[in-house]
Design a protein around this ligand. Structure first.
Ligand SMILES: CC(=O)N[C@H]1[C@@H](OP(=O)(O)OP(=O)(O)OC[C@H]2O[C@@H](n3ccc(=O)[nH]c3=O)[C@H](O)[C@@H]2O)O[C@H](CO)[C@@H](O)[C@@H]1O
Ligand SMILES: C=C(OP(=O)(O)O)C(=O)O
Length: 434
């Protein structure tokens, strides 16, 4: 288990380039299984979850060639379906949530797959109903074996159909889409997720020969085709990393420029930080956050306390609520953070409270933050990173705090943030990996 030692209280300054989007990468890399032809992908982040998925794809028989630090060519000409019988596969597939998305491509191309219950962050129940119900609607047959904990799936006769998803699941939509592109006939997915990750996947699939329309909306229409070909694709910058850097800049009173941020793809994210009183200047495709000692939370128009809540896209992503929460601890004013999607993602506030933040955890989904308005800094303490986003929220808290903090279990942070210690140290942070 690795740890970070952080000496807090230093202002950071400079430019930072966001990594490629983790959650996009997990979908796009699974999609290479849909074709025997080469697929070249650029701007792949060098992070644990993505590297594990690339390894898994390689073990399934795809040729994986690293072209540069962030570009890979994949060629899934010979896929070894028998690998899915091995204990190694079980271990690899449970290690990350994204692995569930090999299901759609394997069913579409080979008519069969098996998959153990996947892993991912322990941030509450993470059901897979949407994936399974959607694939079943396409004609897949699921059999769960309680002895080995595997789902055995037969998808030899996938047939396009209309479906209304029980919820707008991000990975669920991706999985169903990837099965539908090679199914017979037309599939219509209503209540589809439409995060930029999904939009990017749709664009890539279309450039491989798929026929998907409605991209960016919650109604996707997919006309099945016989086969898909190779393509070249570039990942968007990671909007969650971008949001994390905005929060970091405000909380530490730093002047930071986030380069090449694909501003048009950020949806409501800049506006939410704006409502927290954080000044953000868009310069071309860069985001400039000037040094601000103070920032004041807005209220709603009727004067009532601001609530920041998550919602499926184009609502505010749940993956940035932990960052918003920590950033609010030094704002002026009060905000109610409402994490609607996940039921165990706010418990990390006990560490912020230990550091001196004023937070009332109302229930597992809601926390009220009463901003300190810089009257007192947070205090450095020793803590553990419970999940990827809480981990970065704690890192931001530690960087702003007086004194030294230790964060244990930083593997959670490494799952999604590329060389975060080195990149922040280049801006003047004092983070040491122990
Ligand atoms: C690898 C990956 O891409 N992971 C992301 C993906 O996870 P993932 O695709 O697993 O998450 P889902 O979109 O399926 O759902 C996440 C949670 O939100 C709930 N839910 C979902 C939709 C909805 O309309 N109402 C609702 O309450 C679900 O019950 C679940 O508890 O999307 C989540 C929601 O943006 C993000 O936090 C994860 O970072
Ligand atoms: C919850 C997240 O990741 P995963 O779905 O991979 O657990 C996240 O990226 O914040």
């Amino acid at each position: 288990m690795a740890s970070f030692e952080i000496i807090g209280g230093t202002r950071l300054q400079g430019e930072i380039v966001p990594q490629g989007a983790k959650n996009e990468a997990l979908q796009i890399i699974c999609a290479v299984l849909l074709t025997p032809e080469p697929v070249t992908i650029h701007n792949i982040p060098d992070i644990r979850d993505v590297n594990k998925l690339i390894e898994l794809i390689g073990h399934l028989g795809a040729k994986v060639e690293k072209l540069s630090a962030d570009s890979y060519r994949f060629e899934a000409k010979d896929v070894d379906l028998a690998y899915m019988e091995s204990p190694e596969f079980a271990k690899e597939a449970t290690a990350l949530r994204g692995s569930i998305m090999i299901l759609g491509p394997l069913l579409a191309r080979f008519g069969q797959a098996r998959i153990p219950k996947p892993g991912g962050d322990k941030i509450g129940r993470r059901r897979l109903d949407t994936h399974f119900l959607g694939l079943e609607k396409l004609g897949a047959k699921f059999n769960y074996n309680s002895k080995d904990g595997f789902f055995y799936i037969d998808g030899s006769h996938l047939q396009g159909t209309y479906m209304l998803l029980d919820e707008a699941s991000v990975t669920g939509t991706a999985n169903i889409l990837m099965a539908a592109v090679l199914a017979k006939g037309t599939t219509t997915i209503y209540n589809a997720a439409c995060e930029p990750y999904i939009q990017q996947l749709c664009k890539m699939l279309n450039s491989m020969g798929a026929k998907i329309s409605g991209i960016g909306s919650n109604l996707l229409t997919i006309e099945g085709v016989e086969a898909l070909g190779g393509t070249e694709h570039r990942m968007l910058p990671d909007m969650i990393e971008i949001g994390s850097f905005i929060g970091l800049a405000a909380m530490t009173g730093s002047e930071i420029t986030i380069k090449n941020a694909a501003v048009k793809e950020l949806g409501i994210i800049p506006e939410i930080f704006g409502r927290m009183g954080i000044k953000i200047e868009i310069k071309g495709d860069d985001i400039f956050i000037p040094q601000q000692y103070k920032y004041e939370l807005e209220t709603f128009i009727d004067g009532s306390t601001l609530t920041i809540a998550d919602a499926p896209w184009p609502g505010f992503t749940p993956d940035l609520l932990s960052i918003v929460l920590v950033t609010a601890t030094q704002a002026k004013g009060t905000v109610l953070i409402h994490q609607k999607m996940f039921e165990s993602r706010l418990f990390f506030v006990d560490k912020l409270i230990d550091m001196g933040a004023q937070i009332i955890l109302c229930d597992p989904h809601r926390a009220t933050v009463i901003g300190l308005d810089r009257r007192v800094p947070l205090r450095g303490i020793r803590m553990t990173s419970p999940d990827i986003r809480a981990g970065v929220a704690l890192l931001i808290a530690a960087l702003s705090a007086e004194g030294t903090s230790i964060i244990d279990n930083v593997e959670q942070i490494d799952r999604g943030y590329q060389y975060i210690d080195q990149r922040l140290n280049a801006l003047g942070a004092k983070i040491r990996r122990l």
